[in-house]
Write a protein that binds this ligand. Sequence first.
Ligand code: BV8
Length: 309
Amino acid sequence: MSRTKTDEMPATDVASFVHHLQSSKRIVALLGAGISASSGLPTFRGAGGLWRTYDATMLATPEAFEADPGLSWQFYSYRRHMALNANPNRAHLALAELARRNPDFLTLSQNVDGLSPRAGHPPAQLKLLHGSLFDVKCWDQYRCGYIRRNDFTDPIVPALGLPSENEGLPADAQLKEAIQKKKHALVRGADISDVNVQLPSISREDLPHCPQCKKNLLRPGVVWFGESLPGDVMSDVSDWFQQSEQIDLMLVIGTSSKVYPAAGYTQLARAKGARVAVVNMDRGDARELTKRDWFFEGDAATIVPEILK
Ligand code: BV8
């Protein structure tokens, strides 16, 4: 947290937060990878963060998919596998409960892991800003437009099955290590064929293909860097903000607030009067807080159910 004058330090006591929550009507939450950390899913930039080794801006892009769809699909198939084997935690459940209690509460999630929907969060009050690992769509949305939602098959095609556990290193570690080597090659723009990785390079015909146009590959239904957020989601969110005369509270849970336009919603809420409560393991990611706000340091899975009960 950037050092502000002491009289502007945010509150840290739950009592004053609960008092404000009880008198709040219009509430909005922005979720990031940190809310799913306790479900066993690595974050992107935190300690041991998944992307610390993979570098998001290289793998989560259309260019990376075009350069090596097999590598991209192995990265996403691995994350689908991990998310399917994870469970929503008490923070996901507490937010779903708050949505059921308060129709004026809206959750904006940057996460693609499917844990908020699986927590029973009312769908009309949950906006997945960056799509979902479990949506798959034709590479060519312009000419074909095929999209399949809630595809939980794991692996999505046999060729994407994780290397079997009995080949020495646990499959996940082996896959991560191999992808990392290949990723460095991608970053360097080197010819990845000269990168000796254990990762089986998957031929194009073994990757998921679009059943509609029968021509293009299917791609993960997530929003990559440089891509616009889904138009329907963006207009729902802007409608919600426009309909909000005043916003009473914004919860910012488990996010480094580095990715836009998602991170920009906090300022939008402030402009409508919102007081902000940040839940994060790292003070450094709780920025621009004033004495009107709160900062709760620690694990979202522990703190969120506490402060929302
Ligand atoms: C857009 C899906 C415009 C994929 C994700 C050049 C061209 C175009 C745009 C840009 C550009 N340069 C910059 C931009 C903008 C860019 C951007 O913001 N870049 C950043 C890096 C600066 N944004 C975009 O590209 C967006 N699109 O702007 O389009 C446009 C308009 C017209 C035409 C063309 C383009 C699209 C961004 C979406 C990218 N996709 N995900 C995938 O997942 O593979 S983003 C990805 O990062 C995830 O969704 C993730 O959720 C999100 C944000 O990260 P966090 O969730 O915050 O995770 P992180 O690890 O960073 O932090 C975790 C936090 O939790 C930490 O604070 C940690 O302390 C805390 N924590 C850890 N454990 C716990 C915890 N807290 C509590 N409890 C714990 N236990």
